[in-house]
Design a protein around this ligand. Structure first.
Ligand code: SF4
Length: 731
């Protein structure tokens, strides 16, 4: 096996990367031993001040204390009172300073002067930029109805203002990043338990993790809790075609054949039912459809599953018994990015059904319902536009579309066909489908089909470089943000908010201000006639202790119930019970229980491309960060020696990878840590924007290679359905 090569990050590299050499020379606070006391720290050490914030380098929003010296953020520390992150800031979190002081940041509004994507821009004043954006959006609205504008925003504390703006502007066409991530999992759990669960990893005694990589794709607190749970004797079983770092730390790793997780889970359900390993009272009182499920899984024996997934039958049966013995302090881990297969919702339904059978729900060590956080919504009445079409542009294609998230892949196809109606304007905030969505060539066509495209972001992402107008946003350390409720495991039902740690750099302006300005120009000012402070006051109206706690601790915890939430509550499902058998699916013509279909076999000479993360990379948003770049300068193509050798490929060779969607050049990493029928690459590389000085053209792009498949229930992208060929190239 070959090691992943990672250069050492030097102290000098840290300062150079973060643009902090001067601050470092000024004294010890940058790397010195700091006690995490906030504000009062000023008295103890007058050399710096401390400020609470919440990290924004990924969706987790871990608690941060920013140390500021002479107006410069010189250090980020974890907030020890922020239980969700368990006293941790990951590498990306620490690299937040490098994002703040990045020389690649957008500094002022830019108007495209060359062809789309050519990288030729002209600096313009904010007033001109806002006037133009409002005018062009109004043109789209007049010509194509308000629904002619598409709005897309990433997972950010200010994204709610983009949705509000879209709705008052009059468009239902809003897509979130989620349809490239976890909607199939959400769909599956909503249609089984009536809500999406959190995992009580800390108290679990047995975890089967399939299609998740929690020691690399970090989810706080789960990633941290898993280490604690393992030390306390929890057994972790990983099913993954790759020997990930999670697999390396697990009790067992099974290199499952990709796309066959459902076969494994149906066989587990078969054993649980055949051997009556469930709690009869639980099944009778809480679930619907055991009888139908028993008949359904009868043919799905462990011996049958072995032929499909490659895991020996006796191991499947043993794991089913071990899981049942540990239940209810046990779980099939629900996962997060489940945008993998065209039947991902049904795959995840099979996970949910095993959890339901064993009662791994609403009890210590199992899956948990969302706790009450207590944050209030700030409602508004969006105007009615008679001219609008009846529904979203991507409606009616899949039965389980999420109305507020949509499907990026289906929306893109609607843009390109102009059916059922034209979408000709695109407002994008802090998300990057050119890098994250499959089939980049189609996304480029989508951009080219737009009359007007405006992107608000902190850097010139690949998506920004396709726009007509690019507006610079501040990073999270420069912003005032609304309050946000966070969930995650037993300890975490909390509220966070952000205030600026330092003033916004350059001419950057938060998206709240941008949409407020645009609303004013579009006669919609009444919908944004508030400040963020006023907005927060409404959000916190039912939490009288919250403002003081946020000031004192940087976080507010609602002491709400953790377990037994459903003791006196009915399930939000059709039967008002946990649905092993889903009648609503049946009425819609869907399989009411997951029916196994073998995944497509790889065509001769091709490999299934699987994609993923490591702990330093948040899709495409951190790859160009100077600090992270030192840790992860490029992506590589994992390929098994049995596959590489016949192709004449050696470790470190440059290879060409191609699919029906596109191609890329990348360094081969010949390793036994992947099945011979797959190849793997990390996300976020192979970028095209000139504004990403460290990674432009480095490595290969998953977006360029993946075909635009989607999940047939939720419309979530299906990113593990592409087969690629690999050929050697001279270095
Ligand atoms: S996991 Fe890392 S990047 Fe994500 S919010 Fe936490 S510290 Fe920041």
């Amino acid at each position: 096996m070959s090691d992943i090569r990672q250069p050492r990050l030097t102290r000098r590299g840290f300062f150079k990367a973060a643009g902090l050499a001067a601050a470092a020379g000024a004294g010890a606070p940058v790397l010195g031993s700091l006690t995490p006391a906030v504000r009062s720290a000023k008295a103890a050490d007058p050399g710096f001040t401390s400020h609470y914030s919440a990290c924004d380098m990924c969706f987790n929003k871990c608690g941060v204390i920013a140390r500021v010296q002479e107006g410069v953020v010189t250090k980020l520390d974890p907030n020890p009172k922020f239980l969700k992150s368990r006293g941790m800031l990951c590498a990306r979190g620490n690299a937040g300073i490098a994002q703040l002081y990045d020389s690649d940041r957008l500094k002022y509004p830019l108007l495209r002067t060359g062809k789309r994507g050519e990288g030729r821009w002209k600096r313009i004043p904010w007033d001109e930029a806002l006037d133009m954006a409002a005018e062009r959006m109004q043109e789209v609205r007049s010509k194509y109805t308000p629904c002619g504008m598409l709005f897309t925003a990433g997972a950010d504390l200010q994204s709610q203002f983009v949705s509000r703006f879209a709705e008052v502007f009059g468009s239902y066409n809003i897509t979130s990043h989620e349809s490239l991530c976890l909607l199939s999992n959400n769909r599956a759990y909503l249609d089984t338990f009536g809500e999406t669960p959190y995992a009580d990893v800390l108290n679990s005694r047995y975890i089967i993790m399939a299609g998740a990589n929690r020691f690399e794709a970090l989810v706080t607190p789960d990633s941290m809790d898993m280490m604690t749970a393992l030390r306390s004797g929890c057994k972790l079983v990983v099913l993954d075609p790759r020997h990930t770092k999670t697999a390396a730390l697990a009790s067992e790793w099974h290199p499952i054949r990709p796309g066959t997780d459902m076969a494994f889970m149906l066989a587990v359900a078969h054993v649980i039912i055949a051997e009556k390993l469930y709690d009869e009272e639980w099944i009778r009182e809480k679930t619907y459809g055991l009888e139908q499920l028993a008949g359904h899984v009868r043919p799905y024996t462990p011996q049958w599953a072995e032929q499909e997934c490659g895991i020996p039958a006796q191991d499947i049966a043993r794991m089913a018994r071990e899981l049942a013995a540990a239940a209810p302090a046990a779980m099939v881990y629900p996962g997060r990015r489940t945008s993998d297969y065209s039947n991902s919702t049904q795959i995840r339904r099979s996970f949910a059904i095993v959890n339901a059978l064993l009662g791994n729900w609403d009890k210590p060590g199992g899956l948990l319902a969302a706790r009450a956080v207590g944050l209030k919504g700030v409602p508004y009445d969006a105007p009615w536009y008679d001219e609008n079409p009846f529904e979203r542009v991507d409606a009616g294609i899949v039965p389980g579309l999420f109305e507020h998230d949509g499907s990026f892949v289906l929306t893109r196809e609607a843009v390109l066909s102009a059916e059922p109606y034209p979408l000709k304007g695109w407002f994008v905030y802090k998300t990057n489908p050119m890098v994250n969505a499959p089939d980049r060539a189609r996304t480029i066509e989508m951009c080219n089909a737009m009359d007007f495209m405006v992107v608000v972001d902190i850097a010139m992402s690949d998506t920004a470089c396709m726009a007509d107008l690019v507006l610079p946003a501040p990073g999270y350390l420069e912003r005032q943000d609304p309050a946000s409720g966070l969930q995650g495991s037993s300890a975490c039902a909390c509220v966070v908010q952000r205030d600026p740690v330092v003033p916004a750099l350059y001419e950057s302006r938060p998206v709240f201000e941008i949409v407020k300005e645009l609303a004013g120009r579009l006669d919609l000012a009444e919908y944004f006639d508030f400040t963020i402070e006023e907005y927060r006051a409404k959000q916190l109206a039912d939490l009288p202790d919250a403002p003081q706690a946020l000031e004192r601790d940087g976080v507010y915890y609602n002491p709400s119930k953790v377990y037994g939430i459903y003791e006196d509550r009915i399930y939000k499902t059709f039967s008002h019970k946990i649905e092993l058998y889903n009648q609503r699916y049946e009425s819609m013509g869907l399989d009411p229980m997951p029916v196994y279909t073998p995944p497509a076999a790889a065509p001769q000479g091709r490999f299934r491309l699987i994609i993923g993360r490591n702990a330093c990379v948040t899709h495409g948003s951190t790859n160009n960060n100077a600090l992270i770049h030192e840790l992860v300068p490029e992506n590589t193509l994992w390929i098994h020696p049995q596959s590489a050798t016949p192709l004449g490929i050696r470790d470190g060779d440059m290879v060409e990878v191609s699919s029906p969607a596109g191609k890329g050049t990348i360094k081969a990493e010949v390793t036994e840590r992947i099945r011979p029928d797959c190849v793997y690459m990390l996300t976020g590389f192979g970028t095209i924007s000139d504004g990403l000085s460290r990674i432009k053209g480095v490595g290969a792009s998953i977006a360029a290679l993946l075909e635009g498949h989607y999940d047939s229930v939720s419309g979530n992208a299906a990113m593990h359905e592409t087969f690629v060929s690999v050929s050697g190239r001279a270095s």
